[in-house]
Design a protein around this ligand. Structure first.
Ligand code: GLV
Ligand code: GLV
Length: 325
């Protein structure tokens, strides 16, 4: 029987359905597994379901002597040394598509929460400090009809753009590659150079993967180009933003606010960030709706079973590995 190791308990009971065919072990503790523990568990495993918070480096990969597939329970896979996996002939799969809409929803939740000061309002109301309607109470920045700048126009970036139609927005995007004109027209978005997008947008939302090229893509210079009334949303990966530079911009109010679901040293925050009223902080919950998280389990299981049956998995991140089999 194949052995599958899962680094964290997953929602639903899909794992039970494969227990007659596979020996499934789930890490028993409700915390991120340590590297040493992971390396011990992987000694026996044919497949692993990993979380985005599990660094799967060369050493971990080499500990998995029988490992045939690493299934990351996430769309982003910057936590995995893909080159090392490919060298060891291990397939890496992820969960694109199923989490696109949920992730776009959360980017919008943050956009609206920051611009309309929803969290400040909630805090004030709960504290019994709502003393009646007032003309200047918690004035935010307008949303409808404003300009949205999307950095990284893959599936999630495009889904965020689609929602902007209902808000009557002008949408700019910046991407490594310009999109086909038909997609630009369909989504009503125009390509812009990064600096132009930053200078013209009222909202800047990040949807690029974390790569050496996108690390600190948004630093002091880029924040300096943004409008004083602009809002930055990061639901992509923390290190895309220089968090210390963002803290300074929020402190000095050179931008209006920020909505963050991801952090540079996750789960740690840059000291001082949590004291600011003009930032809304969520704990990396972009894909966290019930339907999405269940679909992600089915997706990783289907691909694990495919690999173990020597069939090409649907969401192969390192296709080079397959040619060699
Ligand atoms: C979430 O951040 C993911 O990559 O799935
Ligand atoms: C994620 O799936 C993306 O391509 O944006």
């Amino acid at each position: 029987m194949y052995r599958i190791f899962v680094t964290r308990s997953l929602p639903g009971n899909a794992l039970d359905k494969i227990k007659d065919r596979c020996n499934v072990t789930v890490y028993p503790l409700d915390r991120t597994i340590t590297k040493d523990e992971l390396m011990t568990y992987l000694k026996e495993a044919d497949a692993v379901i990993s979380m985005l918070s599990d660094p799967i480096d060369k050493e971990v990969i080499e500990a998995g002597k029988n490992l045939k597939v690493i299934a990351n329970y996430a769309v982003g896979y910057n936590n995995i040394d893909i080159e090392a996996a490919t060298k060891s002939g291990i397939a890496v799969v992820n969960t694109p598509d199923v989490l696109t809409e949920a992730s776009a929803d959360l980017a919008w939740a943050l956009l609206l929460a920051v611009s309309r000061r929803v969290v400040e309002g909630d805090t004030m109301t709960r504290a019994g400090k709502f003393r009646g309607w007032a003309p200047e109470l918690l004035l935010g920045v307008p949303v409808y009809g404003q300009t949205l700048g999307i950095i990284g126009a893959g599936r999630i970036g495009q889904a965020v753009a689609r929602r902007a139609k209902g808000f009557g927005m002008r949408v700019l995007y910046h991407n490594r590659k310009r999109l086909p004109e038909a997609i630009e027209n369909d989504l009503g978005m125009s390509y812009a150079a990064l600096d132009d997008l930053l200078a013209e947008s009222d909202f800047v939302s990040l949807h690029c993967p974390l790569t050496p090229e996108t690390k600190h893509l948004i630093g002091p210079r880029e924040l300096g180009l943004m409008k004083q009334t602009a809002v930055l949303i990061n639901t992509a990966r923390g290190p895309v933003v220089d968090e210390e530079a963002l803290l300074q911009a929020l402190r000095k109010k050179t931008i209006f606010g920020a909505g963050l679901d991801v952090y540079e040293k996750e789960p740690l925050l840059t000291p001082g960030l949590a004291d600011l009223p003009n930032v809304v902080l969520t704990p990396h919950i972009g894909s966290a709706d019930t339907r999405t998280r269940l679909a992600m389990v089915d997706m990783v299981l289907n691909d694990i079973i495919a690999v173990l049956n020597n069939e090409r998995p649907q969401n192969l991140v390192n296709p080079e590995v397959w040619g060699r089999r």
